[in-house]
Write a protein that binds this ligand. Structure first.
Ligand code: FAD
Length: 282
């Protein structure tokens, strides 16, 4: 891995669009606290099949109105070209310049895949429709996407997506730094030369994290799982151990030259801010 200079690193925080007025209020406060850390941008997720389309837009506009750069996620599975053209035009009209382009997963009960099969189709469509207007991020999977049958094939699919016009990539979260280093080396060997920013998931609610990880193919190493299970209902110990694990992971990644960090904040500033301070990033 090539070493990245400190000033070139990109730090970002991810939100999901809140469902209730109380959630909206809480997010305003979370954003205010995290904005003080000086991130490059805040990204906002998009529900499967476009189910949060309006709330994602509202959240993005609220971030922008607070003076911060916002990057909406867009997923293409189950969508038509027409509807995605509208979404892109809407963001363009609001002066948004940064997008996270994903395939997404079909919501249960939704049978039609729509007009796009893979995220690479969406990246190509964004470039055809809007040229260089958007800085386009794509997803990467150091521990291999759960639907991939073969890691080498998955790497080739990743290259197709990058070649379709991606500018940067954000990874699925992981707790095994070596999987990331190996993935980055393999990408470099294939001539993929965009920044691959590690996605970082702070550990708070361990049973929820286990469920998420099962679904998205992120491995929780046995030693972490056993320690966490050993703490039972002792949430203070879970939090303290989780902070140690995640801070150490981030430190290793940055020391080895990772081009930044993207924190899955879960709309909460506490754990992210603590990791940030411990890393001495302020
Ligand atoms: P793709 O890159 O299309 O890959 C999906 C699968 O298809 C992989 O197994 C890949 O190997 C395979 N594949 C790709 N191209 C080909 C090809 N040409 N031929 C055969 N197989 C191929 N989901 C949401 O719904 N909303 C979000 O906001 C959201 N945000 C995310 C943010 C990040 C940073 C990450 C890492 C994931 C996010 N996801 C989100 C989850 C993501 O939508 C799922 O992981 C989804 O299953 C795959 O999306 P993708 O864009 O990686 O798809």
């Amino acid at each position: 891995m090539q070493t990245q200079k400190n000033k070139d690193r990109v730090f970002s925080f991810e939100f999901f669009p809140p469902k209730t007025p109380e959630g909206v209020q809480r997010l305003v406060e979370t954003q205010r606290q995290l904005a003080q850390l000086g991130p490059e941008f805040f990204s906002v997720t998009y529900g499967a099949g476009g189910t949060t389309r309006d709330r994602t837009l509202e959240t993005v506009l609220a971030i922008q109105a607070a003076g911060q750069a916002a990057a909406p996620h867009i997923s293409c599975i189950g969508s038509s070209r027409e509807s995605l053209r509208d979404v892109l035009q809407q963001y363009k009209a609001h002066g948004i310049r940064h997008i996270v382009a994903l395939r997404g997963d079909l919501p249960s009960g939704h049978l039609s895949a729509g007009e796009f099969r893979y995220a690479s189709d969406l990246v190509r469509f964004i470039r055809e429709e809007t040229g260089d207007h958007f800085f386009v991020e794509v997803a990467a999977y150091p521990e291999v996407h759960p639907q991939a049958r073969d890691a080498q094939q998955a790497l080739k699919h990743f290259k197709i997506k990058v070649d379709a016009g991606a500018d940067s990539a954000i990874t699925q979260y992981f707790y095994n730094a070596d999987a990331y280093f190996q993935f980055v080396d393999e990408c470099e060997a294939l001539g993929i030369d965009l920044p691959i920013v590690p996605g970082i998931m702070p550990i708070n609610n361990f049973s929820q994290l286990s469920r998420f990880s099962e679904a998205c193919g992120a491995e929780i190493p046995r030693w972490i799982r056993y320690k966490m299970q050993g703490y039972g209902d002792d949430s203070a110990s879970i939090k303290a151990f989780g902070l140690d694990v995640v801070t150490h992971l981030c430190d290793r990644l940055l020391s080895a030259g990772a081009p930044g960090l993207h924190f899955y904040s879960m709309n909460s500033a506490g754990l992210v801010s603590t990791v940030w301070q411990r890393l001495g990033l302020s």
